[in-house]
Design a protein around this ligand. Structure first.
Ligand SMILES: *Cc1c(COP(=O)(O)O)cnc(C)c1O
Length: 496
C-alpha cells in the first residue's frame, strides 16, 4: 500500500514515510492510494476476537511495509488493560434502545485522542527506524485541549523524540490546562499562545513547511513530524474502533452482519468522523454520518450549502476541543469526493488560506449530502442535554458528547430515521467538570477544581479517573505564553 498527497496525486510514499513525515512537503495530506476491503466474512471472524486482534487485522491492511511482528509489538504495547482500565479498549454503553455510546475515553488522559496517541509513538518509532536515518524526531502539536495531553503522555521519554505542544491560553478547560502544564518527562515542552486553536494550528503548519526551519533542524540531525490528525498515523488507529464497535454490536446480538448503522460524531478537526468514513469505504455498513458541531458551526453550514467560509466570529464554548474554524481533515474527504482531483484541492485550500473561503462544485456537494448530515447546538442546549440524558437514562455525558446526542436527537425528530446509531463519546465528563456541574445543578458550586471533581463524583456515582485526581499533587512545570507569531523562535529555543 502506497500513499499519495491530496495536493499531488503523483506522489507515492510508503506508510512509514507518510507517518514519519506527518504532512507532505507541498502542504497536502497523505492518503492511501486505495482503501483495502473488509468482507462480511472478515467481520464475522473479527466479532469473536479481541480489540488488539482487530487492530492488528485492520492496521496490517494499511501499513503493509510493517512486519507482522512490528505491528503486533506496536498494538500490544499501546492497548493494554493497564492503560485502558480493561481489555475492552473501546467500551460500548447503551443509551436507549438502538442507540449506543462508543466510549473512547478510558485511556490515560480521559479523551478519545488516546485511542490514536497511545499507538502513534510506537508507529512513529518504527517508521523513523525505516526512513529517518537516525534523525531525532521533533513532534510539533497544536491542540484545542485534548490532543496536547494525549500526545505528551504518548511521547513522554520515548527515545529519539522530542515533543512541543502549543495550546490556546484561554481556550481550554481548567483540567485540560492543568494536565498539560504539569506534564512529566525529559523530552517535553508546553507553551500557551495568545490566540485560538486555528492560530496554533496555522503556526505549526507554517513551521512544517518553512524551508528555513526545516534546514535549521536538519543541521542538528533533527526532523519535524506531527501528532495532529493531519498525520496518517493518527487516523488509521481510529478506523479500528468503528470496525471493532460494529463487531461488538454483532457479537452482542444487537445487529446482524450487514445491517447499516448511523454514526454520530462530535466534530472539530474532522479526524474522527473521517475515520468512520474510511471504515465505510472499506466495507463497513454505515448509512449516514452525522457531523455534530457547537456554535462554531462552519461544518454544518458547509454540509448544507457547499460553501466553506471561516470568515465568522470565533466562539469560545464549553466544548473547547471543537472550537475550530479550519477543519484540516475535510481536505481528505474532499479529495475522495472530487475523484482525487489534486488540482481542485490545491485550488480550494489555497483559497481558504488567502480568502478564508471556498465553494465546492455541485457534484461534490451532492455526494457530500448523500452521506453526511450536519447539525449544531449552542452551550445552553448542550447543558440541557447533559441534564436530560442524566435524568432520563442515568448516563453522564461530557460537553462534546452532549453536542452529538442533541444533534442526533434533532436529526431523528426531523427525519424519523430509526436506523440504529453509534454515538462517539469522546471525553470523560470529569475533564469538563465545571460545565457539567453547571448543567446538572444550575450553577457550578464555588469551590476549586478538585473539590468540584469530588462533588460530581457524589452526584453521578461515576468513578473518578485516578489520573485526574492525582493532578492536584503535581507541580506546574510550564508557564510560558507567547504570541502566535513567536512560535518559530520559541520552537528553536525549546529545542536548545
Ligand atoms: C478532539 C476532540 C473532538 C473533535 O474530534 P476531531 O477528530 O478533531 O473532529 C471531539 N471531542 C473531544 C472530547 C475531543 O477531544
Amino acid at each position: 500500500m502506497k500513499y499519495k498527497s491530496t495536493r499531488n496525486s503523483g506522489l507515492s510514499v510508503t506508510a512509514a514515510q507518510a507517518i514519519a513525515q506527518g504532512i507532505s512537503s507541498e502542504g497536502g495530506l497523505f492518503v492511501p492510494e486505495s482503501l483495502p476491503k473488509i468482507t462480511a466474512e472478515d467481520l464475522k471472524a473479527l466479532a469473536g476476537k479481541s480489540y488488539v486482534e482487530r487492530a492488528e487485522f485492520v492496521l496490517s491492511k494499511f501499513l503493509t511495509d510493517f512486519s507482522a511482528e512490528e505491528l503486533s509489538n506496536c498494538v500490544r504495547s499501546a492497548y493494554t488493560a493497564e492503560k485502558f482500565g480493561s481489555d475492552d479498549i473501546a467500551q460500548i454503553a447503551h443509551l436507549y434502545d438502538g442507540t449506543y455510546m462508543l466510549e473512547l475515553w478510558h485511556g490515560p488522559t480521559c479523551a478519545f485522542k488516546d485511542m490514536a496517541l497511545q499507538l502513534l509513538p510506537h508507529l512513529l518509532t518504527v517508521s523513523a527506524g525505516k526512513t529517518a536515518q537516525g534523525k531525532e524526531i521533533v513532534i510539533l502539536v497544536a491542540t484545542s485541549g485534548d490532543t496536547g495531553k494525549a500526545a505528551l503522555e504518548g511521547f513522554k521519554d520515548v527515545p529519539g523524540t522530542k515533543i512541543l505542544v502549543f495550546y490556546p491560553e484561554d481556550g481550554v478547560s481548567h483540567m485540560q490546562k492543568r494536565q498539560m502544564t504539569t506534564q512529566e518527562g525529559g523530552n517535553v515542552g508546553v507553551c500557551a499562545i495568545k490566540g485560538n486553536f486555528d492560530d496554533a494550528q496555522n503556526g505549526v503548519k507554517a513551521i512544517f513547511t518553512s524551508k528555513e526551519m526545516v534546514e535549521k533542524l536538519a543541521e542538528k540531525n533533527r526532523m519535524f513530524s506531527s501528532a495532529n490528525s493531519i498525520n496518517w498515523g493518527r487516523l488509521v488507529p481510529q478506523i479500528v474502533y468503528y470496525i471493532s464497535a460494529y463487531c461488538e454490536l454483532m457479537a452482542a446480538g444487537e445487529i446482524s452482519c450487514g445491517d447499516p448503522i448511523n454514526v454520530v460524531v462530535p466534530t472539530g478537526n474532522f479526524g474522527n468522523i473521517l475515520a468512520a468514513y474510511y471504515a465505510k469505504g472499506m466495507g463497513l455498513p454505515v448509512n449516514k454520518f452525522i457531523c455534530a458541531s457547537n456554535a462554531n458551526k462552519v461544518l454544518t453550514d458547509f454540509i448544507n450549502t457547499g460553501v466553506y467560509d471561516k470568515n465568522r466570529e470565533f466562539h469560545t464554548t464549553i466544548s473547547p476541543s471543537m472550537d475550530i474554524l479550519i477543519s484540516s481533515n475535510l481536505e481528505r474527504l474532499l479529495y475522495a469526493l472530487s475523484g482525487e482531483d489534486d488540482g481542485i484541492i490545491s485550488q480550494w485550500f489555497t483559497q481558504l488560506k488567502t480568502e478564508g473561503k471556498y465553494t465546492v462544485s455541485e457534484e461534490v456537494k451532492a455526494k457530500l449530502q448523500a452521506e453526511f448530515v450536519g447539525g449544531y447546538c449552542d452551550d445552553e442546549a448542550t447543558k440541557a442535554t447533559i441534564k436530560a440524558v442524566f435524568d432520563k437514562y442515568s448516563y453522564l455525558c461530557d460537553t462534546h458528547t452532549a453536542v452529538a446526542v442533541k444533534v442526533y436527537e434533532d436529526y431523528k425528530a426531523k427525519t424519523g430515521d430509526t436506523t440504529k446509531a453509534l454515538i462517539a463519546s469522546t471525553a470523560s465528563p470529569y475533564k469538563f467538570t465545571g460545565a457539567v456541574l453547571e448543567a446538572l445543578c444550575g450553577e457550578a458550586p464555588d469551590m476549586d477544581d478538585f473539590a468540584q471533581v469530588q462533588k460530581l463524583g457524589e452526584i453521578s456515582g461515576l468513578p473518578i479517573p485516578a489520573a485526574l485526581a492525582q493532578l492536584k499533587e503535581k507541580p506546574i512545570r510550564f508557564t510560558g505564553s507567547i504570541e502566535a507569531g513567536e512560535m518559530p523562535e520559541t520552537v528553536l529555543s525549546m529545542l536548545d
